[in-house]
Design a protein around this ligand. Structure first.
Ligand code: PMP
Length: 408
C-alpha cells in the first residue's frame, strides 16, 4: 500500500488532545470582548471577568466532585505537581524529610523529587508490578514516622494503567501522611472523585480532555496548608499569583462540563476502538508484548513493545502513512541524552520489567473521542506492512532467522 496523503490519523491523545470546537467557541469572547482582569473589582469589565472566574472554578471543581473553593488554577499539570509537592513541604517543615513516589511518575514529579533528594530529602521510589500497579503493602511498608508526603499518579499516560488510589490514599490517611495524586492523564477521561478517592491534593490538566494547553488546576483539601510557589498579587487566594489566564480557564471549564456530560458515551466508544485494536494485534506476532493493565486502563489506550524493531523507526514509518502515535511518552523523547538517570530507555517501561535493550521498540496508541473504527482498521492494515519492512532492515531479526540469539 502506498502512503496515503489524505490520511491524518491522530492516535496520540495521551500527549495532548485537540481543543473541542465548542471549547474554542466558549473561549473566543475572552480575548477581545470580555477581556477584563478578574482583580479589577471597580469596573464592569473586571466584575464580569471575576464572575466568569467563579463560574469556571465551579465547573472545574464539579469534574472531580470538589467544592469550588478547593480549586487553584495553574498553568497546567507540571505547575500543579510542583505546587503540591514543594508547596506542602515548605508549609509543613515540621514534618519529616522523607518522600514516597512511584517509579512511574511523570517527569514533573520524578525530576522534582530527584532535585529534592539532592537538597537533602530522603526519597523512596516505589516499585510497580509487571502491569504497572503500586502494591498497597509496598506503600504500607515504605511509610515511616518521618514521611512527609506521598505522590502517586492516578493513571499512566505511557502504559495506561490506572492505580487503586483509594486504597493507597487510605494507607496514607491512616499514617497521617499528605497524599497527592497526579490525575493529568485520567481527569476528564474517567470518573475522578476526590472525596471518594480520599486524596489531599490532586492535579488536573485541561489539554488532556479537549481543553487548551497551558491551564490546569490543583485540588487542595480544605484545611491543608501550602506555601505559594509563585508570589505576587495574591490571586488564587495567594496560592498562585499572576493575572489569571481567563480565556484558558473558561476553556478548561467548558471542556470539564463536556467531559462530565459525555463521559459515558466517550468511554463506550473508546472501549470499542481499544478492543478492536487489541484484538487485531494480539496473537499476531510472538514478538509483540502489551504493556500496562489489561482491564484497569485508560479508555482507548493500547501500548506494547516489540522485539527486533526500533520504536523511532516505527513511528516515522507510521507517520509517512498518516498515523501519529508515540514511542514511550512524548516527554521522554525530550530527555534522551540527559544524564539524570538513564532515559534512553523509558523509566516507565524499565519499571514494568521491559529489558532496557528492548525499550526503544515501544509504542503507545492513545485514541480519542473523534477517532473511528475505520481508522483503527486502517492502522491494522498498515501496521503489518511497516513491521515487515522494519524486520527486513533489522540485524537483530536477521540473527534470529539464522538461529542466533540476537541479544547476546
Ligand atoms: N502528568 C501526567 C500524568 C501527564 O500525562 C502530563 C502530560 N500530559 C503532565 C503531568 C504534564 O502536564 P502539563 O503538560 O499540563 O504540564
Amino acid at each position: 500500500m502506498q502512503p496515503d496523503a489524505q490520511r491524518d490519523i491522530y492516535f496520540d491523545h495521551a500527549a495532548t488532545t485537540p481543543v473541542d470546537s465548542r471549547v474554542v467557541e466558549a473561549m473566543l469572547p475572552y480575548f477581545a470582548e470580555r477581556f477584563g482582569n478578574p482583580s479589577s473589582h471597580v469596573h464592569s469589565k473586571g466584575v464580569e471577568a471575576n464572575q466568569e472566574l467563579d463560574q469556571s472554578r465551579a465547573s472545574a471543581a464539579r469534574l472531580i466532585n470538589a467544592p469550588a473553593e478547593t480549586i487553584i488554577f495553574t498553568s497546567g499539570a507540571t505547575e500543579a505537581n510542583n505546587l503540591a509537592i514543594c508547596g506542602y513541604l515548605e508549609a509543613n517543615r515540621e514534618r519529616g524529610k522523607h518522600l514516597i513516589i512511584s517509579e512511574i511518575e511523570h517527569y514533573s514529579v520524578i525530576n522534582l523529587c530527584l532535585k529534592l533528594r539532592r537538597e537533602g530529602y530522603d526519597l523512596t521510589l516505589l516499585p510497580v508490578d509487571k502491569l504497572g500497579l503500586v502494591h498497597p503493602d509496598k506503600l504500607h511498608a515504605a511509610v515511616r514516622r518521618e514521611t512527609a508526603l506521598i505522590s502517586i499518579q492516578h493513571a499512566s499516560s505511557e502504559i495506561g494503567t490506572i492505580q487503586n488510589i483509594k486504597e493507597l490514599a487510605a494507607i496514607a490517611g491512616e499514617a497521617g501522611v499528605f497524599f497527592h495524586s497526579d490525575a493529568a492523564a485520567s481527569a476528564g477521561n474517567i470518573p475522578v472523585d476526590v472525596v471518594d478517592l480520599g486524596v489531599d491534593a490532586l492535579t488536573v490538566s485541561a489539554h488532556n480532555f479537549y481543553g487548551p494547553k497551558g491551564v490546569g488546576a490543583l485540588y487542595l483539601r480544605p484545611g491543608a496548608k501550602l506555601e505559594a510557589q509563585i508570589i505576587g498579587g495574591f490571586q488564587e487566594r495567594g496560592y498562585r499569583s499572576g493575572t489569571e489566564n481567563l480565556a484558558g480557564i473558561v476553556g478548561m471549564a467548558k471542556a470539564a462540563e463536556l467531559a462530565l456530560a459525555e463521559m459515558p458515551q466517550r468511554r463506550e466508544h473508546l472501549t470499542v476502538l481499544q478492543q478492536r485494536l487489541w484484538n487485531g494485534l494480539s496473537q499476531k506476532y510472538e514478538f509483540l508484548h502489551f504493556t500496562g493493565h489489561p482491564s484497569e486502563r485508560l479508555p482507548g489506550h493500547v501500548s506494547f513493545w516489540l522485539e527486533y524493531i526500533e520504536g523511532e523507526s516505527l513511528l516515522l514509518f507510521l507517520n509517512v502513512y498518516g498515523i501519529q502515535t508515540a514511542s514511550g511518552s512524548a516527554c521522554a523523547s525530550n530527555m534522551r541524552g540527559q544524564d539524570e538517570h538513564d532515559l534512553a530507555a523509558s523509566h516507565v517501561l524499565t519499571a514494568v520489567g521491559v529489558p532496557a535493550e528492548y525499550c526503544s521498540g515501544s509504542l503507545t496508541v492513545s485514541m480519542g473521542k473523534d477517532n473511528t473504527e475505520d481508522e483503527v482498521d486502517y492502522f491494522l492494515q498498515i501496521f503489518p506492512q511497516v513491521v515487515e519492512r522494519l524486520l527486513a532492515m533489522s540485524p537483530l531479526w536477521a540473527d534470529k532467522l539464522k538461529g542466533k540469539n540476537p541479544y547476546q
